[in-house]
Design a binder for this molecule. Structure first.
Ligand code: NAD
Ligand code: ZN
Ligand code: ZN
Length: 368
């Protein structure tokens, strides 16, 4: 059996290549890929190869159908039965051996050697990422049977898990309740999914900040009560005052920082009131240092800060419930997907993502 992959052969260029699909081992699963989201991390690698992985098959936000399943696998990572024909999602592999895997296995997101599909060095398996016809799910992966969800929602499970983990981290501060005023800074897929999750939880007073009016419009549809386009304010103090007028005159009780901008990471501290909290989600990649004033921003305000790093297997079931509930209450989550491309057009797909023309750009396997 042969299958295609979009191999990133050099910066800015995918080449569709054909390979023989290898035979799987007893602890592996072969899936036929239905599609995959394109993520900012893929765009990073496409633009400049910061991870030094070329040649590589990218794509970690995907889903597919089980074609062959190793005889040792009967259930998914949360114990749900799984077999040929089921739809699955997977994105990470843990090492099982580092300090965190041994001592805090429930926090597998802290694994020091965590592997991510679509960011695996090219090897004899070839089908290592979702930008192709097939993918092989390896031993030690976390994978889930998501046959109940439609394709669009399945494509949004991975970024939704990032948002859900951020919310779970924020909940540990004890500051989130029905009445909390929450500011979400950055309305890319991650920020928008944080907004949708907050809305699904019943939080009413959500304020969104971004520089793109299309994204802010969707933020409103997903639950933001008030939106601000920061590019319309030459003076940050004016924007801050406007946010304060929406939040009892003293600032938001909680802030989610969902941009990769050091400037924004500095601003979030100014938007939040004394005794408030912040969840920093936006720096999956190192975009540099950001400044804060320890006196004004931390001590004097008694701020509680949490960081958020990907997600853990336990959060997948929560994420799936979130997506189902969001759908039930009529949040238009699927509007996040704005562009769909076949495998032959992955260069275009990545360029669209980089231009920020849409919100979520996805690969859809036309041969499925
Ligand atoms: N913590 C994690 O595990 C994790 C996982 C995935 C992604 N991320 C990070 O989350 C961030 C968001 O991801 P995304 O896919 O939504 O990215 P994205 O680039 O699509 O969205 C970022 C948004 O921030 C907005 N923005 C930029 N500067 C701003 C400012 N000063 N104020 C307000 N808004 C501003 C942009 O207009 C854009 O809409 C990325 O930087 C990514 O690295 C973190
Ligand atoms: Zn991603
Ligand atoms: Zn580990």
């Amino acid at each position: 059996m042969q299958g295609r992959v979009a191999m990133l052969t050099k910066v800015g260029n995918f080449e569709v290549q054909n390979y023989k699909v290898p035979t799987i081992k007893d602890d592996e699963i072969l899936i036929k890929v239905e599609g995959s989201g394109v993520c900012g991390t893929d765009a990073h690698e496409f633009k400049s190869d910061p991870f030094g992985m070329i040649p590589v098959v990218l794509g970690h936000e995907g889903t597919g159908e089980i074609v062959k399943i190793g005889k040792n696998i009967k259930v998914d990572s949360v114990g749900k039965k799984i077999s040929t024909g089921d739809k699955v999602i997977t994105s990470t592999l843990v090492c099982g051996e580092c300090h965190y895997c041994r001592n805090t296995p429930a926090k597998s997101n802290m694994c020091e050697n965590v592997g991510v599909y679509g960011l695996i060095l090219d090897d004899e398996k070839k089908f290592n990422g979702y930008f192709g016809d097939y993918m092989i799910i390896r031993k030690n992966s976390t994978f889930y049977n998501v046959s109940d969800l439609d394709l669009d929602l399945r494509l949004l499970v991975e970024p939704s898990a990032v948002a859900i983990h951020a919310i779970e981290r924020a909940k540990t501060t004890g500051l989130l309740n029905f009445d909390t005023s929450v500011l979400v800074q950055g309305c890319g897929p991650i920020g928008l999914l944080v907004i949708a999750a907050l809305k699904t939880m019943g939080i009413k007073n959500i304020i969104a900040v971004d520089g793109n009016n299309n994204r802010l419009k969707l933020a409103e549809e997903l639950g933001a009560r008030k939106t601000f386009n920061f590019t319309e304010y030459t003076d940050f103090e004016i924007l801050r005052n406007q946010v304060e007028t929406e939040t009892d005159g003293i600032g938001a009780e909680f802030g989610f920082q969902c941009t990769g901008s050091p400037k924004a990471a500095s601003n979030i501290w100014k938007f939040v009131r004394r005794t408030g909290g912040i969840c920093e989600v936006g720096f999956f990649v190192d975009n540099g240092e950001s400044s804060i004033n320890p006196h004004h921003d931390i001590c004097n305000k008694e701020i509680t800060l949490v960081g958020s790093w990907v997600y853990t297997p336990q959060e997948y079931p929560i994420t799936l419930s979130f997506l189902e509930t969001a759908k039930e209450i009529g949040l238009p989550i699927n509007k996040l997907i704005t562009h769909r491309y076949p495998l032959s057009k992955m260069n275009e797909a990545l360029e669209t993502n980089i231009r920020m023309d849409g919100i979520k750009v996805v690969y859809i396997n036309e041969e499925f």
